[in-house]
Design a protein around this ligand. Structure first.
Ligand SMILES: [Zn+2]
Length: 61
């Protein structure tokens, strides 16, 4: 399973709302304040997670 965000394979991945994300990316998202310099990056990541989550939810019976 490869990470949805950095596309690295062979890392330990965790399941975040049905999306495979490696521990590095997960920790990055989880520990970075939204007020930090990479707020824009986190915003995009979270947005894509939510988008995927909503899409999959819509497709569910
Ligand atoms: Zn990753």
């Amino acid at each position: 399973m490869s990470c949805k965000f950095c596309n690295e394979k062979g890392k330990n991945t965790v399941d975040l709302l049905g999306i495979s994300i490696c521990e590095d990316c997960f920790e990055h998202i989880a520990t970075t304040s939204v007020f930090a310099d990479n707020y824009e990056y986190n915003k995009e990541v979270i947005k894509s997670i939510l988008k995927k989550y909503i899409e999959e939810k819509d497709m569910a019976p």
